[in-house]
Design a protein around this ligand. Structure first.
Ligand code: UFG
Length: 333
C-alpha cells in the first residue's frame, strides 16, 4: 500500500516507517521536526534497505498536506503527529488543542480533498481517566483528566462524526497503553532532549549517567508495592497493531493496544537493573499529580477483531531500551 505517515520522525512513527518499508509498503513521511529527528527517518529507511519520501512540514498546513497527498496518492494515513506531555498540556493547553486537535482536523480535511478514506489514529489510554476499574475495555467510561487526554478524546469524537457522515471512510482509533522499547539494532528508540517525563526514558538517562537518580512517584497506591502499575507494551508490538488496522472495513473501529498485564515502577527498575547489570539508584517521593494508581488494558477486543496480540514481555522491552542506550548514547546526533 501507499501509506502517508505523520509524525514519522518521532519515536513510534519512525519505527512504524521502518516496519512499513520492511513489509514492502511505499511510505511518505511528514513531520514538523519540533520533537522528532530527521535522522530517525533516515535510520528507518537504512535499516529497511528502502527509500522514503520525507517532507519537513506541519499537519496544520492544510494546503501543503493537500499538495503532498496529491503527488503521493496515499491509500491510508497513519497519524502519529502530536504532543504528548501531560504536564505541559496542563500549563499550555492551547498548544495541545492546536497541535493535536486542529492538526488532526487539518489532516482529515486534506484527506477528504484528496479522496483518501483510511485513517489510523494514535489515541491514548489516558482517555479512560480515573473513574473506572482496570482492566479497561473499549466500552469503559471515558473521562480524561488533563488537556492532553481531552485533545485525544476530541479527535476520537471528530473521527466518529466523520465516519458517520462518510460511509466509505475507515477510521481506526488505537488507544495506546504505555509504549516502551526500541528497534533491536539499537538505532531507533525514544530520545528526549532534556529531562523526560516518562519513566523508561528517565531510567535510561540514569543508566547513561545523564541523570543521578530515578524518582519513584508514590509509595501508597493500592498496588502490591505501593507504586503505580502500568501496562507497558513493546513499541514493535504496538506497530503490528497498526499494520493489522490497515485491513479493517469502512466505519469506525476502536481498539486498546496493551498486553493486559501490569507492572509497577519498582518492577520496571528491577528489570532494567537485571538487563543492564547495573544498579539504578532511586528515591521514593510523593505521588505525581494527575497519576492514576493502575492502568491496564483489556486487549480481548483487539485479539478477536484485529487478530492481534502483543508478543514481547517486559524483559525484552527493557533489553531493547538498554541496547538503544548503548548503541545511540547521544540519541540521533
Ligand atoms: N513514574 C515515576 N518516575 C518518573 C516517571 C514516571 O515513578 O520519573 C511513574 C508514574 O508515576 C507512573 C509510571 O511511572 O506510575 C508510568 O509513568 P509514565 O510517565 O511513564 O507514563 P504515564 O502512565 O503517566 O502515561 C503518560 C500519558 C500517556 C502516554 C504515556 C507515554 O498519560 O497517555 O505517558 O507518553 F501514552
Amino acid at each position: 500500500m501507499r501509506i502517508f505517515v505523520t509524525g514519522g520522525a518521532g519515536f513510534i512513527g519512525a519505527l512504524a516507517v521502518w516496519r512499513l518499508l520492511d513489509l514492502g509498503h511505499d511510505v511518505c513521511v511528514v513531520d514538523n521536526l519540533s520533537v522528532g529527528h530527521q535522522a530517525a527517518v533516515d535510520r528507518a529507511a537504512h535499516l529497511a534497505g528502502k527509500s522514503v519520501e520525507f517532507y519537513p512540514c506541519d499537519v496544520r498546513q492544510t494546503g501543503q498536506m493537500i499538495e503532498i497527498m496529491q503527488s503521493f496518492h496515499p491509500e491510508a494515513v497513519m497519524h502519529f503527529a502530536g504532543l504528548k506531555s501531560v504536564a505541559e498540556s496542563v500549563s499550555s493547553p492551547e498548544r495541545y488543542y492546536e497541535n493535536n486537535v486542529q492538526g488532526s482536523l487539518s489532516l482529515i480535511q486534506a484527506m477528504q480533498q484528496c479522496q483518501v478514506h483510511r485513517l489510523v489514529f494514535s489515541s491514548s489510554a489516558t482517555v479512560y481517566g480515573a473513574s473506572g476499574t482496570p482492566p479497561f475495555s473499549e466500552q469503559a467510561e471515558l473521562g480524561p483528566v488533563n488537556p492532553y487526554g481531552r485533545s485525544k478524546w476530541m479527535v476520537e469524537l471528530m473521527m466518529r462524526d466523520v465516519c458517520a457522515a462518510h460511509t466509505d471512510f475507515t477510521g481506526v482509533i488505537l488507544r495506546y497503553f504505555n509504549p516502551v522499547g526500541a528497534h533491536p539494532s539499537g538505532q531507533i528508540g525514544e530520545w528526549v532532549q532534556g529531562s523526560p517525563n516518562n519513566l523508561v526514558p528517565y531510567v535510561m538517562g540514569v543508566l547513561q549517567g545523564r541523570f543521578d537518580r530515578v524518582r519513584v512517584f508514590g509509595s501508597d497506591y493500592p498496588t502490591p508495592d505501593g507504586s503505580g502499575v502500568r501496562d507497558y507494551i513493546h513499541v514493535l508490538d504496538l506497530i503490528e497493531g497498526h499494520v493489522a488496522a490497515l485491513g479493517l472495513p469502512a466505519g469506525l473501529s476502536v481498539f486498546n493496544l496493551g498486553t493486559g498485564r501490569g507492572y509497577s515502577v519498582h518492577e520496571v527498575i528491577q528489570t532494567m537493573q537485571s538487563v543492564s547489570g547495573r544498579t539504578i539508584p532511586f528515591d521514593v517521593v510523593d505521588r505525581r499529580p494527575g497519576d492514576v494508581a493502575i492502568s491496564i488494558a483489556d486487549p480481548g477486543c483487539a485479539e478477536r477483531l484485529l487478530c492481534w496480540k502483543a508478543q514481547r514481555d517486559l524483559t525484552e522491552m527493557c533489553r531493547d531500551v538498554w541496547n538503544f542506550a548503548k548503541c545511540s548514547p547521544r540519541g540521533y546526533e
